[in-house]
Design a protein around this ligand. Structure first.
Ligand code: ADP
Length: 492
């Protein structure tokens, strides 16, 4: 089969409708919106465009299914996730191609995301049967405290476009495991992966109403009435800090519990005693995974003055050697950015840095032609007041600046409203621990450029968010405590 046939087939196989109460339905208004291929800018297909009434209908289905789902045996919930994990892996090629078409990442990286996404389901299938409680005497010995864990209730899950499948499974997995029902609203740029995922979960045996998927071109109009309506018990959001703040304000009115995975401005620190091979590998991973379109992407690179030239030269050589092209083409390392706005922002940030005397070691020029391509770019001598240093770049642009002193670099690294992740490269164990402890972040990559792992608690501090996803704590976000006070009287 040619890639053109395969492409047509995977897009054709996805239902282009809303998934509500176990059925595929059109939007009440009959409206649709276009999904485009960022490698060409051309339309891939049209899908249902939900309005507020569709959102309400989806939430009603989730509310109606909640009690029965909470009462479903943990083992049954676990096995649905386990089956879905297996189906996802068996369909790696189709899901990877679908993801590449709507999001742009190279097929190899899309396959990697399919495996990563599936792993969340395996992890949470294992967690579903380990929900426990507690039993303790009160200090005076008169009462017993019996603690149970219960699902928080119907959840709203809002996902971004950069990891179309994994951001869905990272939220759906723990919600299903905990016994919550949900409405998922994927990003308008990449809804197809989520619709495919809904089909897989239904095939794996997820009962009607437990997962509902609403695609819309007007998120604000659909989401706000749901959050203010008093029936959503939990919001799990991954996206920009700007939208996160709006949603937190909406949640305040009806006291909705939240998990927020917001933006980042990751410092990437290379000390003079670092193994430069390891540091350059780490920089490639931390900068170029997903074309730099990740909240964990290295955003500010601080390299000790004594190794800065060598590090920059080696890193720039590796960056210049990457092949830019459509993600579907074999050999592509760097796909297009998500859309014209995403690329325009990157262009502006580079222009601002260059205007402040940054040097361009490689890249920096937008290619001619269709698709939202931007070359791997390395800038050195980036002034610390450049917009690059205080803005989440979300593109394949590395901004390098130098430092001489450990205290200084920690201070500058922490001088940001964000605190998702930091990367530290050093062979000095004392320094590694010292700096890791002092960085104001939720995660540290120590001599590595990759921190994401379903078994680890992912999340940030400061304006990078609230709560954690994955790891042992991932399911906690979807569970409440309830305690029973039980007096135990003496025998008569
Ligand atoms: P990005 O800038 O990376 O697209 P956003 O924070 O804008 O990130 O989007 C992340 C998710 O939040 C997407 O699913 C998007 O549709 C959704 N979203 C954006 N604005 C709102 C809003 N006002 N209310 C609810 N969801 C929103």
């Amino acid at each position: 089969m040619t890639i053109t046939d395969a492409r047509t087939d995977v897009v054709a196989a996805v239902p282009k409708r809303l998934f509500i109460d176990g059925a595929w339905t059109d939007a009440a208004s009959g409206s649709t919106f276009a999904v485009a291929d960022p490698a060409t800018g051309r339309e891939l297909c049209e899908i249902a465009d939900a309005g507020p009434d569709d959102g309400r209908r989806a939430l009603e289905a989730a509310v109606a299914a909640q009690e029965g789902w909470a009462a479903t045996a943990p083992r049954a919930r676990s096995e649905i996730l386990r089956r879905a994990h297996e189906i996802i892996l068996a369909r790696t090629e189709e899901l990877a191609l679908l993801m590449t078409l709507e999001m742009g990442k190279p097929l190899d990286q899309a396959r990697g995301e399919v495996a990563y996404a599936a792993e969340f389901f395996r992890w949470f299938s294992e967690e579903a049967v380990r929900i426990d409680g507690g039993y303790a005497p009160t200090p005076d010995g008169a009462n017993r405290i019996v603690v149970m864990r219960q699902p928080v209730g119907p959840c709203l899950l809002i996902t971004p476009w950069n990891f179309p499948l994994a951001m869905g499974t990272r939220k759906i997995g723990p919600a299903v495991a905990a016994g919550c029902t949900m409405v998922l609203k994927p990003a308008p740029q990449t809804p197809l992966s989520s619709l495919a995922l809904a089909g897989i979960l239904a095939e794996a045996g997820l009962p009607a109403g437990v997962l509902n998927v609403v695609t819309t071109s007007d998120a604000a109009a659909v989401i706000e009435p749901l959050l203010r309506g008093g029936r959503v018990r939990k919001l799990s959001f991954t996206g920009s800090t700007q939208v996160g703040r709006i949603l937190l304000a909406q949640c305040a009115d009806t006291v909705v519990r939240t998990s927020m995975e917001l933006g980042g401005n990751a410092p990437f620190i290379v000390f003079d005693d670092a193994d430069l091979d390891v540091a350059v590998d780490g920089a490639m991973a931390a900068k170029m995974r997903n074309m730099g379109e990740a909240c964990t992407a290295a955003n500010r690179m601080f390299v000790h003055r004594s190794v800065a030239d060598e590090f920059a030269a080696r890193f720039a050589e590796r960056m210049a050697g990457l092949t830019v092209g459509p993600g579907t083409e074999p050999g592509t390392d760097v796909g297009p950015l998500i859309d014209a706005a995403g690329r325009g922002k990157v262009e502006e940030l580079v222009a601002d840095a260059v205007a402040r005397d940054a040097k361009v070691l490689t890249g920096g020029t937008t290619p001619e032609g269709s698709g939202y391509f931007y070359p791997p770019t390395v800038l050195t001598d980036v002034a610390r007041d450049s917009a690059l240093m205080s803005t989440e770049i979300f593109g394949p642009v590395a901004a390098i600046t130098t430092f001489e002193d450990e205290d200084d670099v920690v201070r500058v690294a922490n001088d940001t409203d964000w605190g998702l992740v930091g990367y530290v490269f050093t062979r000095d164990l004392d320094r590694a621990i010292r700096v890791s402890e002092r960085l104001e972040v939720g995660m540290v990559g120590l001599n590595t450029g990759l921190v994401s792992n379903p078994a680890a608690p992912f999340g940030g501090v400061k304006q990078s968010g609230l709560g954690r996803e994955g790891g042992r704590v991932g399911i906690e976000e979807f569970l409440e405590y309830k305690y029973l006070a039980v007096p135990v009287r003496a025998a008569k």
